[in-house]
Design a protein around this ligand. Structure first.
Ligand code: HEC
Ligand code: HEC
Ligand code: HEC
Ligand code: HEC
Ligand code: HEC
Length: 197
């Protein structure tokens, strides 16, 4: 049923953690979801972007430190540690664990499982919302704490309309004290055709 997917958190092909990347490492949402400013869809980044870091970061810092300590104990050179999830990332890119191309392997997109999915008869566009200064978290919840991505809001029509009607929910955009012309410029459309083309 539409609107029933609140809390939906499917398992992903790679255990990507927003808590780690957006929380602990404090990465900006737009570094990966740059589409949210410039296009209707925020988009999920291509695996090539992950390689900006994962060309050299092949496992958690803990796992690397553990291997170093073990190598020292055993009087040998430390080996490269590759976590199973990052090995999968390299696999989709057609690379082996040393990040060298596997002969004959074609790079494939990571088959991420889509979490949010409005019905086709609804028109949603990130641009006006993001440019108006609405935080991602106002709609997607505390993403920087999520180990696995989940649908936070119910995405029902009532949810959209509650915010559109109470425009002051957008910080710095109270309608109070505005004259009628300013009010109409600042207000958010609520007629059916806004969201149903
Ligand atoms: C390092 C890159 C990266 C950063 C930084 C990042 N994300 Fe993501 N995001 C992803 C990837 C990869 C996925 C797809 C896998 C998943 O769902 O976990 C995703 C999925 C999502 C989804 C669900 C998409 C769907 O299928 O419906 C939302 C919503 C989202 N991110 C919001 C955010 C927000 C908000 C922030 C900042 C607090 C953020 N992301 C930071 C990479 C990133
Ligand atoms: C006003 C509410 C709202 C805000 C603000 C918002 N989103 Fe979304 N987001 C949605 C809705 C609704 C969907 C589902 C769209 C669909 O299914 O067509 C969605 C879908 C997504 C998706 C997956 C599908 C896609 O569009 O690519 C990602 C990733 C995402 N949002 C990231 C972000 C990030 C990052 C930000 C902040 C820069 C953000 N969103 C701000 C409501 C919002
Ligand atoms: C700005 C740098 C950066 C980018 C970009 C980045 N990561 Fe990471 N990622 C890290 C660091 C650093 C760690 C290790 C943190 C730790 O010590 O636990 C990590 C850890 C991980 C891990 C956990 C490894 C394990 O098994 O312990 C996975 C999986 C992962 N990243 C996937 C991704 C994916 C997928 C993308 C692209 C959507 C991505 N990362 C983009 C920096 C980055
Ligand atoms: C947290 C508040 C908030 C939520 C939730 C929200 N919106 Fe909006 N929306 C706004 C604001 C504010 C604007 C006006 C942006 C501007 O143009 O200044 C807007 C504008 C729009 C526009 C562009 C209207 C136009 O013609 O300029 C569409 C389309 C839209 N929203 C659809 C949706 C849909 C569909 C949902 C639910 C899935 C939704 N919105 C949820 C606050 C919200
Ligand atoms: C701000 C965006 C927005 C506006 C304005 C809006 N709707 Fe919707 N509407 C939605 C969303 C989102 C859904 C999908 C809800 C779901 O999946 O649960 C929806 C669903 C529907 C449905 C499907 C039945 C249902 O309840 O799921 C009908 C019919 C509908 N809208 C009619 C209208 C009419 C008539 C108007 C004008 C009076 C209107 N809508 C205005 C966002 C909007």
């Amino acid at each position: 049923m539409p609107g029933d997917d609140q809390g939906y958190a499917p398992e992903q092909p790679i255990a990507f953690s927003h808590r780690l990347h957006a929380g602990e490492l404090e990465m900006d949402c737009l570094y990966c979801h740059y589409g949210a400013r410039w296009s209707r869809h925020a988009g999920v980044p291509p695996a090539e972007l992950c390689m900006n870091c994962h060309q050299s970061v092949t496992a958690s810092l803990d796992a690397v430190a553990e291997e170093r300590a073990r190598a020292e104990e055993e009087g040998r050179e430390p080996q490269t540690v590759v976590s199973p999830d990052l090995a999968r990332l390299y696999g989709y890119l057609g690379l082996d664990e040393n990040r060298k191309p596997v002969p004959g392997a074609e790079p494939q997109p990571v088959p991420w499982v889509r979490v949010h999915d409005l019905p086709d008869f609804v028109w949603f566009d990130h641009r006006p919302h993001v440019r108006r200064g609405i935080q991602c978290q106002q709609c997607h919840g505390p993403v920087e704490g999520m180990e696995r991505m989940q649908q936070w809001s119910d995405l029902s029509m009532g949810w959209c309309l509650d915010c559109h009607r109470s425009n002051p929910a957008v910080p710095g955009h109270s309608l109070e004290g505005l004259d009628p012309r300013e009010r109409s410029l600042a207000s958010v459309p609520t007629d059916c055709s806004t969201c149903h083309l």
